[in-house]
Design a protein around this ligand. Structure first.
Ligand code: NAD
Length: 324
């Protein structure tokens, strides 16, 4: 039977090319994100490759021939994994696609905030060289960086921080402390005990029931007034209301935010009114290089799953492969 792939959201042509090369495979691309439309389009497909649209249980249930859902990325909080697992369908993620891009973007935010890139740029354009005698910029060398989540992205952020001569602390209850020490970092078992000494806190864990609100009022209040928070993981890991309060009351000094609870952001989002915040539109993982790479990995995951040969390292619910 001819197989069909539904692509929800546009992907780089390099990924599309892999589908074009496969005989007997057709592709439908949709920009729709609403559940009813996606459920309707999924009715005759064997695979769904999805960027940011939510793939609900209803959409999954409406697709009787579905053999795989492939995320164009590594976060998967937008897909109902339980509904897929119940039907023995793998959820694939694009492992290796964008970790370097996110790690570099994290450092862009760290450096933009510590070096006051926006203020200095504006000053130079206005001929104001007075910052030479009243500096704002600080060095990252010798400062402490707390990395929450020591996975593909967190390990890369840590390596870059070590190259900047930072002291790197890691909080990840699921990683062996030996692995953390082998990476030149120090493991943290009690998050709250170290927060008062942290200069920069950066988040690289997934959003799930356990991590929702992991950084809330209590954590922000424990930090020092000069501290900086970076979130390139997911909105929701940080309590945005508590963050707004911390930034306006100078409980911490600044934040770099790539991800929001509501995306796209709305005009009256209070965080967007603050000068001590640098934001980006959930594009930490999206560079020219990663777009091509991620599209190819996500497309290959579809093809491999249709062939029954997808590797477990790309599959979130790898238990379904054992049953197959
Ligand atoms: P990963 O699975 O390789 O690593 C995640 C790490 O978080 C794991 O080591 C895990 O043990 C740890 N973790 C889980 N629960 C934790 C907890 N309660 N406290 C501390 N650590 C915990 O994932 P990754 O590829 O490094 O990606 C991390 C997250 O970054 C993704 O889940 C995704 O949401 C986000 N992300 C964002 C972008 C972007 O463009 N902004 C791009 C890619 C990924």
């Amino acid at each position: 039977m001819a197989e069909k792939v539904l692509i929800a959201g546009n992907i780089h042509q390099d990924g599309l090319r892999l589908f074009e090369q496969r005989e007997g495979l057709s592709v439908e691309i949709t920009e729709a994100v609403d559940e009813a439309t996606l459920a309707g389009l999924a009715r005759d497909v064997s695979a769904i490759l999805v960027r940011s649209a939510r793939i609900s249980a209803a959409a999954i249930d409406s697709a009787p021939h579905l053999k795989v859902v492939s995320r164009h990325g590594v976060g998967f909080n937008s897909v109902d994994v339980d509904a897929l697992t119940a039907r023995g369908i793998p959820l694939a993620i694009a492992v290796g696609g964008n970790a370097v891009s996110v790690a570099e973007h994290t450092f862009y935010l760290i450096l933009a905030l510590t070096k006051h890139g926006g203020d200095y740029d504006a000053a130079a354009r206005h001929g104001d060289f007075s910052y030479r005698s009243r500096p704002l910029a600080t060095e990252v060398s010798g400062k402490s960086l707390l990395v929450i989540g020591f996975g593909r992205i967190g390990t890369r952020v840590a390596a870059r921080a070590l190259a900047f001569d930072m002291e790197v602390l890691v909080y990840d209850p699921y990683v062996d402390p030996k692995t953390i020490r082998a990476g030149g970092c120090t493991e943290v078992t009690d998050l709250h005990a170290v927060l008062p000494g942290v200069d920069i806190l950066t988040i690289h864990c997934p959003l799930n029931a356990e991590t929702t609100g992991l950084v809330s009022a209590r954590e922000l209040e424990a930090m020092q007034p000069s501290a900086i928070l970076i979130n390139t993981a997911r909105g929701g890991v940080v309590d945005e209301t508590a963050l707004y309060t911390a930034l306006t009351q100078h409980t911490i000094t600044a934040a770099g935010i790539d991800v929001f609870v509501t995306e796209p952001t709305v005009q009256d989002d209070p965080l967007l009114t603050l000068d001590n915040v640098i934001v980006s539109p959930h594009c930490a993982g999206v560079t020219c290089e990663s777009s091509s790479r991620t599209s190819r990995i996500a497309a290959q995951n579809v093809l491999s799953a249709l062939d029954g040969s997808i590797e477990p390292e790309f599959v979130v619910n790898a238990e379904v492969l054992k049953h197959a």
